[in-house]
Design a protein around this ligand. Sequence first.
Ligand code: AMP
Ligand code: ZN
Length: 137
Amino acid sequence: MSDCIFCAMQQGKIPFVEVFSSDNLFAFLDIGPLNHGHVLIVPKKHYANMFDMPSELGCELLSTMQLLGKAIIEATGAGGLNVVQNNFSPAGQAVFHVHWHLIPRFEGDGLLKWTPGKYDHNEQMLKLAAEISRAMK
Ligand code: AMP
Ligand code: ZN
């Protein structure tokens, strides 16, 4: 796809620091890491977001993330790892070629903290759960 930065990387138009490549996926160091060793894993084919991607790719994606995640932990000495994936602008997606962030985490690094909200009452939860459930059919 033209004007896609991740497609341009694969076409050799933009330099990047690769850590993994297969027929369907590639992974590289994020240029603006939350912690050193922050890696993006990306399908080689252009899909704008998770909803556009064929679910058949999911199995290879997960097995590669398991391998890559363990390798990142080992290489960085991290105590943990976050997997983050953003869909659409309100969720923070800036590059519209689907990708997963693998972010090594260290005790007390203070990253990715959020304040939990709450529901007003149980009926609100039940109604919302029913609506989501219905929308899946
Ligand atoms: P997102 O907000 O989920 O779309 O994340 C996009 C990510 O792509 C950001 O974390 C950027 O730092 C990263 N990024 C953008 N351009 C490059 C690049 N040329 N090389 C490596 N990472 C990049
Ligand atoms: Zn692309």
